[in-house]
Write a protein that binds this ligand. Structure first.
Ligand code: ADP
Length: 892
């Protein structure tokens, strides 16, 4: 008889073996030797976590109670696998291209990264899975008890302690292998390998018990079939509704259970593994179900009345003295329970830490750590580990609260129904672009609430969370709200009732609210990405394409870093890996280094997307695209800044060129000016010298000649003086050294004085002046003397150059708000258009120089008027020469 201690020893050895398997797998994965971890069979076997202790023990119990109904639990998933092309392939592709880490992540990504949705799904998953974990603890405890009973009849174990130790052991294993690293892809090679081994163990165990029962106890196939017929369990008493419901339920749970999503989608290395799994997994299920009925029938015959059929797998061999087989069978059940709990804990902890703990932590501790990636990793790890411990503790709590009494399969189905609430949203999300976040939230909450009310809370039994009165008569006596007869539909199987109402209302609300609401832009984008995932992404290629892949990386790196830098980097890395040549293994470390290098050139998001394309075959996710767009925007901004700078530079260059040209022009002008001045000075000097020589040398010159010559000398000297005065004046004005003597005075007075001064010089012609003294009655605040100088110049010019017979100069005055306009218009020939601007230049003279001005007058006028804040221009289109002076009334 196997003692309990021996059993515990075997158990510990088995766990140690699992540790070794997981450890070796992890090490191989870390060293990049992953080929053997990636057999499609490993993937297929890992899917077997669907068959938990519930299936291992409960299926026999189920068959003993309800005949063939247990088959539905196998048929649902088999149908999903056979139709993998339709849903699973899409899920796996989306999972890869969007780097999905859990089912909550999938739903939240699809609906515009809504964390609220993720939280909802996470809570639903935790609530739905907790009973299931409790179920596993219960089944292992139960199996221990069976051995204890057999070894020592009458003495029973302390259940709670066993379950607690078990939960702690499982938490330890999960923490050690489930949170070793924080890969972006969240794959756990060690765990997957361990559960593949467990899958084999449980299949072998169940088949061994089956073979033993059929040939060892039942007396061969024919005998056993006879027994089955006699028992009536094999009869086809099908209630169509319940069968369809159960099949749908198990198919839905297969897709939506967090642990199934973890192994199906997240741990999937290669889409093509589905192809193998699509036939191998149904086969596995078939083998698992093959001996269920014979064991149940033989168990019912052999075991005493009232024995728990859930433990037939153990009790039948034990009763026949087949201890080794019983231990094997125990290991099978143990494997089923532990593998489920481990993967469920990993999946749930990822969800809890990503969607609940981390957002809270990031909000509570802003700034601190968020920028330091190492810190965040540390926190994420801690969050994962705490979540794992928390989830297992919840399972234990549920187990001890519920008392572990309910039949295994009932707990399982309640749990399935809860998790299946995600199905409408998930399918809607991947097939219907019109699905919206609000719709998803509304649908999920509706389904969840109905499930809680009709299935979950009543499952604890009356009096626990829901009083017996409510179950019997409805809340507040409202009969149509009875949890098992909602809306007055009575007589239905409670499970089917809950399933029907929760899923149908869930779907209805989801669709109706989606149609009535509008998706955000990100939701639209994600929706398109999800629904059309096959158009947007390439198939999986895996991570170890070897040399060909390194070459691809090299080509890309050369394009971005430049040939020499890329080659240097690759050679260095290859040497670092202990390889010759230029192509290092595309190990995670190397890829990280490369990504960092590339990020320096093209930005982090772009680099990540590029490497992802080559290495993972991953399509660029919307987030990637957005990040790339961000970077591009930054670069564009940078380049437009550069452009603006270069524009500025070219403007400066243009200005410099202009200045240079001006300088050249000025230098030419200066030369012209100097020669002009010397010419202007020489003319009077020459005549002064000539006439003074005559006066000095010729004696006896008649007195009238003497007087004539002397007056010529005098006139020339005056001209010379005036010229020098003008030059001096101009130079002072041009250098801006003038001090304006600002005073208030009447424009009329200024004009009066100017006219008097201009007319006083009677050497010039006569001119009639026409003025409007009324309009001239304006008070100005300006330099009155300088202004008068301008007027004198203009009046004397008219006197000098107006060639009309009856010369007339009209002075018109117009005054605006704060400016005065004076027009000096004579009736002469005027000035030719091409000369109109030139006359304001120094030394410019247009008409024949009968009056002999040096051509400085108008230049001085322009300088003065400009100083006074106004302007002077030639006024074309008049009868004769016309000048317009515009002046401010007052200089401020
Ligand atoms: P200047 O010292 O020779 O008078 P200005 O600068 O005053 O020099 O005038 C420049 C030239 O403009 C004069 O030489 C003359 O040819 C022309 N000019 C000025 N005013 C008149 C006018 N009212 N009628 C015709 N020509 C004029």
């Amino acid at each position: 008889m196997t003692t309990l201690n021996a059993l515990i020893a075997v158990c510990l050895c088995y766990v140690a073996l699992l540790f070794v398997v997981a450890f070796v797998a992890e090490r191989s994965a870390a060293q990049g030797r992953v080929a053997w971890l990636r057999y499609p069979m490993v993937y297929t076997l890992s899917l077997s976590i669907y068959c938990t202790a519930w299936t291992f023990y409960g299926a026999v119990g189920n068959a003993a109670r309800s005949g063939l109904e247990y088959l539905t639990i196998y048929l649902g998933p088999s149908l999903v696998m056979v139709g993998w092309w339709w849903i699973l392939r899409k899920l796996v592709r989306i999972g890869r291209s969007q780097r999905i880490t859990s089912i909550a992540d999938l739903i939240s990504s699809r609906f515009g990264k809504s964390n609220l949705l993720a939280i909802c799904v996470t809570i639903l998953a935790v609530v739905g899975t907790t009973p299931y974990i409790a179920l596993q603890l219960q089944s292992v405890t139960l199996s221990f008890e069976v051995f204890a009973e057999a070894a020592n009849p009458g003495q029973s174990l302390t259940h709670n302690a066993t379950a607690l130790y078990l939960a702690m052991g499982l938490a330890l294993f999960t923490v050690v292998f489930g949170t070793r690293n924080l890969d972006a892809n969240e794959r756990h090679h060690g765990v997957v390998m361990a559960i593949a081994v467990e899958a084999v163990v449980k299949l072998l165990a169940l088949m061994a018990v089956g073979v033993f029962v059929v040939w060892g106890v039942g007396g061969g196939v024919a005998d056993t079939l006879q027994r089955i017929d006699a028992s009536g369990l094999g009869e086809w008493q099908v209630s169509g509704g319940r069968w369809a419901g159960l099949m749908f339920l198990s198919a839905a749970a297969f897709l939506c259970l967090p642990r199934m999503f973890q192994v199906l989608v997240v741990e999937n290395d290669d889409e093509n593994h589905l192809r193998t799994a699509s036939w191998a997994f149904p086969m596995y299920m078939m083998l698992m179900s093959l001996f269920v009925l014979p064991i149940a029938v033989v168990g019912l015959e052999l075991m005493p009345e009232g024995a728990n059929p859930d433990t037939f797998v153990l009790t039948v061999p034990l009763s026949q003295g087949a201890d080794v087989l019983a231990v094997l069978s125990f290991l099978g059940g143990f494997s089923s329970a532990t593998s489920m709990v481990i993967v469920a804990a990993i999946a749930l902890s990822t969800m809890v830490s990503n969607h609940i703990v981390m957002p809270i932590w990031l909000r509570v501790a802003p700034g601190e750590g968020a920028s330091v990636s190492g810190d965040v990793r540390h926190v994420v790890m801690l969050a994962r580990r705490m979540s794992i411990a928390g989830i297992l503790f919840l399972g234990y709590l549920y187990y001890s609260l519920s008392g572990g009494g309910t039949a295994l399969s009932t707990i399982g189905l309640v749990s399935f129904t809860g998790v299946a609430q995600v199905l409408p949203v998930m399918l809607g999300g991947i097939f219907w672009r019109g699905a919206t976040r609000v719709g998803a939230l509304a649908g999920l909450c509706t389904g969840f609430a109905i499930w809680l009310y009709t299935s979950f809370l009543p499952s604890f039994g009356p009096g626990h969370f829901m009083s017996g009165d409510i179950v019997a008569f409805g809340p507040l006596g409202l009969g149509w709200l009875r949890p098992h007869a909602l809306f007055g539909i009575e007589g239905m199987d409670p499970l089917l009732h809950a399933l029907l109402w929760s899923i149908s209302l869930n779907t209805l609300v989801f669709i109706a609210v989606s149609i009535a609401s509008f998706p955000s832009p990100l939701e639209r984008l994600q929706g398109a990405q999800f629904v059309n995932v096959f158009q947007h992404s390439v198939g999986a290629r895996g991570w170890s394409a070897g040399v060909a892949q390194s070459e691809d990386l090299m080509i890309m790196a050369q394009r971005i870093l430049g040939a020499r830098e890329a080659q240097a980097l690759f050679t260095r890395e290859a040497a670092g890996q202990g390889r010759g040549g230029q192509l290092p293994d595309p190990s995670p470390d190397f890829l990280q280094t490369l990504e960092r290098e590339l990020a320096g050139s093209v930005g982090a998001a772009t680099a990540h997307a590029m490497i992802g394309q080559i290495v993972g075959g991953a399509a660029v996710s919307v987030e990637d695209l957005m990040a790339v767009a961000d970077e591009t925007a930054q670069m564009m901004e940078y380049s437009s800044r550069l452009e603006a700078q270069s524009e500025e530079l070219s403007q400066t260059a243009g200005k410099l060129r202009e200045a240079n040209e001006k300088l050249t022009r000025l230098s030419v002008q200066k030369d012209a000016f100097l020669s002009q001045i010397s010419h202007e000075l020489r003319t009077p000097m020459t005549s002064i010298r000539a006439f003074s020589e005559i006066l000095r040398d010729s004696d006896g010159l008649p007195p009238e000649d003497q007087t004539k010559y002397a007056s010529i000398i005098h006139d020339e000297a005056i001209r010379l003086t005036r010229l020098l005065d003008d030059l001096l004046d101009l130079s002072v004005l041009e250098n801006g050294q003038v001090n304006l003597n600002l005073r208030r005075g009447s424009l009329r007075d200024v004009l009066e004085r100017a006219v008097a001064a201009a007319v006083a010089d009677d050497s010039q012609g006569v001119i009639e002046l026409r003025r409007d003294t009324v309009a001239e009655d304006i008070t100005l605040y300006t330099d009155l003397d300088r202004l008068s100088q301008v007027f004198i110049n203009l009046i004397s010019n008219a006197r000098k150059y107006c060639d009309a017979v009856d010369a007339v100069l009209e002075i018109r005055v117009q005054s605006g708000n704060d400016t005065v306009i004076l027009d000096f218009i004579d009736n002469g020939t005027g000035i030719a258009p091409e000369a109109q601007d030139v006359i304001f230049e120094k030394f410019s003279r247009v008409s024949d120089q009968k009056a002999g001005g040096a051509g400085l007058g108008l230049a001085i006028c322009r300088q003065i008027v400009t100083r006074l804040g106004g302007k002077i221009d030639y006024l074309p289109g008049q009868q004769g020469a016309a000048f317009r002076v515009v002046l401010p009334m007052a200089i401020d």
